[in-house]
Design a protein around this ligand. Structure first.
Ligand code: AVI
Length: 330
C-alpha cells in the first residue's frame, strides 16, 4: 500500500537509463561520505530539489502536519502587535526563499516596509518568490540574495532613512540544525541584524503521539518526501537505489527532544556510486533528518547564548508552536 502511494508521488528516477551525474557536486560528495560512514547520515538540505520542494509544500497542507498552519494562525492573530514591534520603514531579512503567505502577512501589518531581502542557497526558487512579491508590492525594494545563510553573510548597507533590520526565520527550520549549528546560525543572524531583531518560529515539545502523526501522515506524503532523497540520488548521481526496498521511518527520540527520520533497507542490497559499491544490510538505515522540538524557555536560553535578548513570545492556545521576538545584539 505504502509502496503504491510512493510510486504515485515520486518520479522513481531509478530507470536503467539514469545518467551518472557529476560526482564532484556537494550532493555526490556528501552521499559518498554518508554511505561510507557508520551510522550513515546525510544533511536534510538535500531533500529540497524541485520534487522535494513540491512534496514539502504538500506536507504543509496535510491534516496531521500542524506546524505550518499553526504558525500562520499565530502570525495572523498577532500581526498588528508584531508590526508595531517592527516599527516604521523596517527592512526584513528572510532566511530561506520564503513562504510568500507568511511574508505577505507581515508586510501587510507593517508601517511602510522599506526593503525585503530574502536569502536562499537556491537561486531559482528565490528569484521566483522575489518576482512574485515585487509584482504585488511595487513600492517595496525587493533584493533577493543567493547565499548560504549558515555561513558568514555580507548584506547590502541599510537604505537611507530605513528603520530597524528584522530577521524572519519561520517554520521551525532552526529545528533541522544540530544544537551547535543552531547556535552558530543565531550568532551569524545576530551579526547581520545588529541593533534590530529576529522573528523566529520554533516547534514546541508536545505529546509524542501528535509528533509521530505529523511525520507519519496517512497519505504517505512524508514517506515520499523522505524516499525522494534516494530518487534524487538516482536522477542526479545514477545510484540506482531501489526505492521500494527502503522504508520510511520517523519517530520521536524523547531524550534528544527530536523527531528522527531514517530510510531503512528492507533487505540486504548493494548501491553503486561512481566506482564505489556500498552494502546495506537488512534493517540498516540512512539517517536523513532531525527535527528538534523546543520548550519556550529552552529556545530563549539558546538565543541568549548567541547574544539575543528575548522579547515577547506568541503561541497558539494548544501551545503547539511558538513565535519569538528576539532583540539582536547592539
Ligand atoms: C522544514 N522543516 C522545518 C520540516 C520539519 O518539520 O522538520 C521538514 C519536514 N520533514 C518532514 N516533514 C517536514
Amino acid at each position: 500500500m505504502l509502496t503504491r502511494t510512493l510510486t504515485k508521488l515520486l518520479d522513481a528516477g531509478d530507470s536503467e537509463s539514469a545518467e551518472v551525474g557529476a560526482l564532484d557536486s556537494a550532493f555526490a560528495q556528501d552521499m559518498l561520505r554518508a554511505l561510507a560512514s557508520r551510522p550513515r547520515s546525510i544533511s536534510p538540505k538535500y531533500f529540497y530539489d524541485a520534487q522535494g520542494s513540491q512534496l514539502f509544500d504538500r506536507i504543509c497542507e496535510l491534516p496531521e502536519y500542524y506546524p505550518t498552519r499553526t504558525e500562520l494562525r499565530i502570525l495572523t492573530a498577532n500581526a498588528r502587535e508584531i508590526g508595531a514591534h517592527m516599527g516604521p520603514r523596517a527592512e526584513i531579512v528572510e532566511f530561506g526563499a520564503g513562504s510568500l503567505r507568511k511574508i505577505r502577512l507581515l508586510l501587510d501589518a507593517m508601517d511602510r516596509p522599506a526593503r525585503y531581502l530574502p536569502i536562499d542557497i537556491s537561486g531559482e526558487h528565490l528569484a521566483q518568490s522575489a518576482a512574485g512579491l515585487q509584482h504585488d508590492y511595487p513600492g517595496l525594494d525587493v533584493q533577493p540574495l543567493e547565499a548560504d545563510y549558515t555561513q558568514r553573510l555580507l548584506l547590502p548597507a541599510r537604505l537611507p532613512g530605513a528603520g530597524q533590520r528584522v530577521g524572519f526565520f519561520p517554520g521551525s527550520t532552526i529545528g533541522n540544525f544540530t544544537p551547535q549549528e543552531a547556535l552558530h546560525f543565531l550568532q551569524i543572524a545576530g551579526q547581520v541584524l545588529r541593533g534590530g531583531a529576529l522573528l523566529l518560529g520554533a516547534d514546541l515539545i508536545k505529546d509524542p503521539a501528535v509528533l509521530h502523526a505529523a511525520y507519519n501522515d496517512s497519505q504517505g506524503v512524508t514517506a515520499a518526501f523522505n524516499v525522494n532523497l534516494l530518487a534524487r540520488a538516482n536522477r542526479e548521481l545514477g545510484t540506482r537505489f531501489m526505492l521500494d526496498q527502503f522504508a520510511h521511518s520517523a519517530f520521536y527520540n524523547a531524550p534528544q527532544q527530536r523527531i528522527e527520520m531514517h530510510l531503512v533497507s528492507r533487505r540486504r542490497q548493494q548501491v553503486a556510486l561512481g566506482a564505489e559499491r556500498h552494502e546495506f544490510d537488512e534493517g540498516e538505515a540512512l539517517h536523513t533528518e532531525n527535527s528538534y522540538k523546543f520548550t519556550v524557555d529552552g529556545l530563549r536560553a539558546l538565543a541568549q547564548q548567541a547574544g539575543f535578548r528575548p522579547g515577547p513570545v506568541w503561541t497558539d492556545e494548544d501551545r503547539l508552536f511558538s513565535v519569538h521576538w528576539l532583540h539582536a545584539p547592539s
